[in-house]
Design a protein around this ligand. Structure first.
Ligand code: SAH
Length: 222
């Protein structure tokens, strides 16, 4: 499969406005999230085979057996973060880089980790072509990113069997961690708010479907 040419047209822009409206109807209220969805060409992140579906509210396959999350899921997770300009965000699961760019469009300083080498390389190349320069790491996100901690916000974009302790530790007091948690096909969206050095409040925000958060780095997809 070939990568898309980076051409954005009025047609694409129109479809994006429609998608943003659809997400608002589905309950997304954060205007900054909706603006970022409206601005960022999602078709740049998909293989050409899926270009014409890029603005449907659906997940699609990317490389290495992974998926680009459904726009509603991206918007929902981002809204839960309550992101403010200039905040330092750690994303686990770079994947296509779409979520990374949404965070950057909203003014975040993004650190993002991907464990699949193939995806890491591909996405690094795409984002630099698009002019985005997040700090990208090829590593296992279960460990977080100790050297750059603490973070205002942490976002996990793969289904975790449990909440990794380092991620809680690497949050600032007042920070928020958004993570889908569950062992099976579906996961519960969990928000952790850090209220003190070891004081956390945990709330649940509905069921979602993610690819699994796997351990260690992987040079190929198997
Ligand atoms: N945010 C992405 C979603 C990609 S799907 C997007 O917008 O496209 C989840 C991603 O998490 C996959 O790319 C998968 O390879 C990655 N992943 C899974 N386990 C991981 C881990 N332990 N550390 C880092 N990334 C991981």
């Amino acid at each position: 499969m070939t990568t898309n040419q980076l051409t954005d047209t009025y047609l694409h822009q129109g479809l994006r406005s429609k998608l943003a409206k659809e997400l608002a109807e589905k309950g997304i209220t954060d205007k900054n999230v909706l603006n970022a969805i409206e601005k960022l060409p999602r078709h740049f992140f998909l293989n050409t085979a899926f270009t014409k579906f890029a603005y449907e509210d659906k997940a699609f396959p990317i490389a290495a057996g992974q998926t680009i999350s459904q726009p509603y899921t991206v918007a929902f997770q981002t809204q839960l973060l309550e992101l403010k300009k200039g905040e330092k965000v750690l994303e686990i699961g770079t994947g296509s880089g779409y979520q990374t760019c949404i965070l950057m469009e909203m003014g975040a300083k993004v650190f993002t980790i991907e464990r699949q080498k193939e995806l890491f390389d591909k996405t690094k190349n795409l984002l630099s072509q698009m002019g985005y320069a997040p700090k990208m790491f090829y590593d296992d996100g279960y460990k977080g990113l100790e050297v750059f901690a603490p973070f205002d916000k942490i976002l996990v974009t793969a289904g975790a069997p449990f909440i990794p302790e380092p991620l809680k530790e690497q949050l600032k007091v007042g920070g928020r961690l958004v993570i889908p948690v569950g062992q099976g096909e579906v996961q519960e969206m969990i928000l952790i708010e850090k209220r003190g050095a070891s004081e956390y409040i945990q709330t649940q925000h509905g069921m979602f479907r993610f690819v699994p958060l796997l351990t260690e780095k992987n040079k190929s997809h198997y």
